[in-house]
Design a protein around this ligand. Structure first.
Ligand code: DGP
Length: 114
């Protein structure tokens, strides 16, 4: 999608602090971190929201989690813990309509989220 900010990051048109890229899944630091570690895990392919997933995307979504697990381990936060969140649409606060998994770590995270 030509006007999608995360597609532009995936294409290298907008810079990002990228920690992982396997050609299909990309992980970069959130520009507005809410925790010492705040990463965004995205598929390179444009999918707007969780509601737009279909059966063919099942493995791709699994790969988001595996890539996140790998980078959390590399950053040394896998044992202390981390949270993954995918916001879907307005009530969840989704502002970028290219599906992305937040990975937050590095401090005790409150529950339930606001
Ligand atoms: P959400 O509310 O789930 O749609 O979260 C979108 C996140 O994307 C938000 O935490 C800020 C982050 N973000 C928005 N624009 C950029 C950008 O250009 N670069 C990076 N690294 N993060 C961005």
């Amino acid at each position: 999608m030509s006007d999608c900010i995360f597609c532009k990051i995936a294409a290298g048109e907008i810079p990002a602090d990228t920690l992982y890229d396997d050609g299909e899944v990309l992980i970069f630091r959130d520009i507005n971190p809410e925790a010492p570690v705040h990463l965004l895990v995205i598929p390179r392919r444009h999918i707007a929201t969780l509601n737009d997933l279909s059966e063919v995307d099942a493995a791709l979504i699994g790969r988001l989690y595996l890539a996140g697990q790998q980078v959390a381990t590399e950053l040394g936060v896998a044992e202390s813990g981390y949270r993954t969140v995918i916001n879907c649409n307005r009530d969840a606060g989704q502002i970028v309509f290219h599906i992305h998994m937040h990975l937050l770590a590095g401090r005790e995270l409150g529950w339930p989220p606001g």
